[in-house]
Design a protein around this ligand. Structure first.
Ligand code: BG6
Length: 510
């Protein structure tokens, strides 16, 4: 092998044995006072620093309409880290990180504030060696995106100085329908090249979600049966026990389908249904997901194949909880759904005739997100009918959260002198197999932004295709009256069960 064809594996940037550490950089956070920043973004930044994955000069700039000094902002981050960080609090890590905190007060349309922001970024470059590399994190309502993008451009921050980068991180909602999503994408694309826009779908940052790809494509035993010859149907459930909490302003008018089906659940479906990518890189992955999303067709009768509900008061975890319409900030006449279930078909050879059922809801029986691949029954059973009367269908359940892992359900002989076959479960649990705890999704995603590594971020085509799938359902629901009520603490409205029963199936009770 000649010297120039030999590559040292330790120098291979793709080598996963090497720690992935961000280079010189900083992050400007718009929306520092919001829930997302306090509960997810700030703690994740600290956790990354604590794991040694941020550069020593990493800097965090908060921007908000608050009369704060740098120390006030640092106090806010401190409180959020103390309350929500995953890893232990270490004074020395905190002190070094906090030296890079700055706060710029101002409104989004305030030119002076954006000039100050530019000066702050320049000062950080000098003082902390950020190299001019900055990620602008929009944890703000999308109605402000346009203004902020324009301000960044007009004040000379959108385009990176020679040899450095500028990236935008966008949080959902990416619009409320196809047209608004296209508009939003055009706004961003007009200023930032598409490779520098990172759309966050935090489900893609979850270990168990990434494991769908590892499980499917690193093994030989699943893929041969991963098709309509063996699979009867797929159920994807995202159940939450919480209500809407303090998020009335965001949630009312949005509802379960826009909040989590348009993004998290359709992304999960795409990972389950996609073909093997030619390589494990952003383009190949996104291309395969995009193919699935463009193959989705809706069944003709949306009245029979979808369901929506709204929680009323009920009992949860031994406590009485109020109904959606009694929540603070919700209009008493609100038609917003807090539960949504839909049926989709993926119109490809692999999935012909296999329905994908997606459901999501708040104030359900318990918090669980899972993907269940339910298999067809064995074509023939050489046993008496009574021997198999308790045998159901084989299933592979990907437990996204909590209790992350995989369960395989299959029939097994009950010990005894007669032949009796019953369902049993075989389990893989992350906790039992690995000593490392899973990082939070936001740790992974923020690090990927700083490294400029885009595979886990949906491309704008995927976002638009997802709206294309959902829009007809939302239009259909908009013509109907109120969503069907369901008691908090139950598994959703009766119509969701009826929808499955029509197909001769039932929802799993996780
Ligand atoms: C968010 C939704 O995207 O995901 C919330 O806006 C939801 O309504 C949350 O509660 C759930 O996230 P996780 O990671 O707790 O499943």
């Amino acid at each position: 092998m000649s010297a120039d064809t030999w590559t040292n594996p330790l120098r291979d940037p793709e080598d996963r044995r090497l720690p992935r550490i961000a280079g010189p950089s900083g992050l400007v956070l718009f929306g520092v006072t919001g829930d997302l920043s306090r509960k997810k973004v700030m703690p994740a930044i600290y956790d990354l620093a604590n794991r040694g994955l941020l550069p020593p000069g990493f800097s965090l700039v908060g921007f908000a309409r608050r009369d704060w000094a740098d120390q006030d902002f640092a106090q806010i981050v401190h409180d959020s880290v103390k309350e929500h960080a995953r890893t232990e609090f270490r004074e020395e890590v905190w002190r070094q990180l906090a030296e890079g905190f700055r706060f710029v007060p101002g409104d989004f349309d305030d030119d002076v504030a954006f000039d100050n922001l530019r000066r702050t970024i320049e000062e950080l470059d000098q003082a902390r060696g950020t190299g001019g590399n900055m990620a602008f994190y929009f944890a703000i309502p999308p109605s402000f995106f346009g203004t902020v993008v324009q301000q960044l451009q007009e004040h000379g921050m959108a385009h990176p100085p020679e040899g450095s980068w500028r990236r935008v991180v966008v949080e959902k909602p990416f619009g409320h329908d196809l047209a608004s999503a296209q508009e939003l994408n055009a706004t961003l694309d007009g200023v930032f090249p598409s490779g520098s826009v990172f759309r966050i779908d935090h489900y893609l940052g979850k270990e168990t979600v990434q494991n769908i790809l590892a499980m499917r494509f690193a093994n030989n035993m699943f893929e041969p049966i991963w098709n309509s010859n063996y699979v009867d149907h797929v159920q994807i459930t995202m159940a939450e026990d919480i209500g809407i909490g303090g998020r009335a302003g965001y949630y009312d008018g949005i509802g379960a389908a826009r909040d989590v089906i348009q993004n998290h659940l359709l992304q999960l479906m795409a990972l389950v249904a996609m073909e093997e990518p030619v390589a494990f890189d952003a383009n190949s992955l996104r291309y395969e997901k995009q193919k699935v999303l463009s193959s989705v067709v809706l069944p003709p009768r949306l009245d029979l194949t979808t369901a929506r509900g709204q929680y009323t008061s009920g009992w949860q975890g031994g406590e009485k909880v109020i109904g959606f319409l009694e929540e603070e900030g919700i209009k008493r006449t609100s038609k917003t759904e807090t539960f949504a279930a839909i049926t989709l078909h993926v119109d490809t050879r692999r999935w012909a005739g296999v329905p994908f059922y997606l459901r999501a809801g708040k104030r359900l029986g318990r918090r669980v997100t899972e993907v269940a691949i339910v298999f067809k029954r064995a074509p023939h059973l050489p046993f008496t009918a009574t021997a198999t009367e308790e045998l159901t269908q084989n299933a592979l359940v990907i437990r996204v959260q909590p209790d992350e892992g995989l369960t395989m359900r299959f029939g097994s002989k009950v010990p005894g002198t007669s032949m009796e076959i019953r369902d049993v479960n075989m389990d893989f649990a992350y906790g039992g197999s690995f000593t490392e705890a899973s990082p939070e999704a936001y740790e992974r995603l923020i690090l990927d932004v700083l490294l400029g590594d885009p595979p886990l971020f949906p491309r704008h085509e995927e976002v638009e295709l997802s709206w294309k799938i959902l829009d007809p359902i939302l239009e259909h629901w908009a013509k109907k009256g109120k969503p069907e009520p369901y008691d908090a603490g139950t598994w959703g409205p009766e119509s969701a069960n009826a929808m499955m029963a029509r197909d001769g199936r039932t929802w799993r009770r996780p």
